[in-house]
Design a protein around this ligand. Structure first.
Ligand SMILES: O=C(COP(=O)(O)O)N(O)CCCCO
Ligand code: NA
Ligand SMILES: [Zn+2]
Length: 311
């Protein structure tokens, strides 16, 4: 069934597991996520960035929002796993309102590049509007480095747990994304991978609601290798290893945002298949390995996070 993201995340919070939040831009990735969820009997959170809304609507983001809601609801209505649709990194009022009007389960208002008071003020407004429409809200505190679709945050600014307490009390936001050392994309750490567990624990103690880990892709070496064997150049790619994700879930993370891992698995399979099948040009055939690898990277993640078997 199609559910509110809050329902999925409150259950995950209660039972101490993580749920993958998986980004899509097209029908194929939605197919793979649903297949993986059904196979593992896991709840799934589908998420789209503002860029994905524009892309799906061929430039018209309101159209794109409607297309995603109709596609996701069609799958969700007949799947016996909980499925939610979330707007990821909503920065523009127009996009957020379009997602709410189209029927998204939840929206993120990402005002993290603004000073604390401004972030709080903007988030409060969005919460009022979203809650009036029965839609739950995610916000971000602190800043991730790395590329975030439109904006590039220069440095990591880790969340201040005291600020998180005030922020949640003031805004009544449903789930919070604290910046704890990760960043978006395939090049997350200069040195060894590490995130600030104590900071997660402190925020959890204060806000007592589901927490979100952004920049959580593992950049799985197996798929990086296959992609590079077939012409990709991902030199220096490094993500969040599975054992760090497990620890982060223990500390209170419940929604685990994952985009880069799906992209790498897909392009690894696509490159391998195209290199090995020079005569093939049927789009129902040449995604075969891309599909297989993308489903694999999702089912593995459901095991790591503990959402497998929880639908
Ligand atoms: O936090 C994440 C996931 O980040 P990643 O999958 O790159 O680790 N997202 O919000 C997904 C979109 C970010 C741009 O790729
Ligand atoms: Na999000
Ligand atoms: Zn993110």
């Amino acid at each position: 069934p199609y559910v509110d993201t809050k329902v999925i995340l409150e259950n995950a919070d209660k039972h101490g597991y993580g749920v993958p939040a998986l980004n899509i831009n097209n029908l194929e990735f939605l197919h793979y996520i649903i297949e993986a969820g059904i196979k593992m009997n896991s709840p799934v959170i589908i998420e789209t960035s503002q860029g994905a809304m524009k892309y799906a609507g061929n430039g018209d983001f309101r159209k794109g929002a409607e297309i995603f809601v109709k596609m996701v609801r069609t799958f969700a209505d007949e799947a016996n796993i909980p499925v939610a649709l979330h707007l990821d990194h909503g920065k523009s009022f127009e996009y957020i309102v379009a997602a709410i009007k189209a029927g998204y389960s939840s929206v993120m208002i990402d005002a993290s590049e603004h000073p604390f008071e401004e972030n709080m003020k903007i988030t409060k407004e969005i919460v009022k509007i979203a809650h009036a429409a029965g839609v739950s809200v995610e916000a971000e505190l602190g800043q991730l480095a790395g590329i975030e679709d439109e904006a590039v945050a220069a440095e990591n600014v880790l969340v201040d747990p005291e600020e998180a307490k005030i922020f949640v009390e003031e805004t009544d936001v449903d789930f919070l994304a604290p910046a704890v050392g990760t960043s978006h994309g395939a090049f997350k750490f200069k040195g060894a991978a590490k995130i600030d567990y104590d900071r997660i624990k402190k925020v959890k103690e204060y806000v007592k609601r589901p927490l979100v880990l952004h920049g959580a892709s593992s950049v799985v070496p197996e798929f990086v290798e296959i992609a590079e064997k077939h012409g990709a150049d991902f030199g220096g790619a490094k993500g969040v290893p599975a054992e760090i994700l497990k620890e982060a879930v223990k500390c209170g993370i419940n929604k685990v945002n994952t985009d880069t891992d799906l992209r790498i698995a897909f392009v690894a399979g696509l490159r391998e298949f195209l290199n090995g099948n020079p005569k093939e040009f049927d789009p129902r055939k040449y995604f075969k390995l891309a599909r297989e690898y993308t489903i694999k990277v999702i089912t593995d993640r459901m095991e790591v996070l503990g959402s497998a078997g929880k639908a």
